[in-house]
Design a protein. Sequence first.
Length: 137
Amino acid sequence: MRDTKVTDCYIIELKKIEGQDARGSLSVIEKNVIPFESKRVYYLYDVPSDAKRGGHAHKELYQFLIPLCGSFDVVLNDGYSKKTFTLNKPNKGLLICPGIWRELENFSSGAVCLVLASEVYDESDYIRDFMAFKKCK
Ligand code: TYD
């Protein structure tokens, strides 16, 4: 398990292109904006306000979470320290390193969480047992 800390996870602000003529905003994620090449994109939606997503860590996977719509909290835990990020701006995403336990909660109505991932889906990369996670850190 990677010896990463919650302090290795951070917000990346995306360029926001705003028209001069009230046509709305546009943000871009292109090469070198995030520190990995995305091999997978998925999104969470229709999440009830009392539901929790996540509840696991990854051994090697990097992820970048963007609140495309609405807001939610991401609680990170490296086995020693916890840190909560509230994501509520579509031009500010959270980079999560491997080896970090995460919970996503407090989803607002209609919230959509877009996730860019560094690898294709691989269940063997997950650690879904918190005590097993703590032992590895
Ligand atoms: P999971 O990663 O546990 O979701 P979350 O962290 O949001 O709570 O995945 C939920 C289910 O979806 C699980 O059965 C695996 C499946 N899944 C895929 O098939 N492909 C994927 O890319 C992802 C992220 C999940």
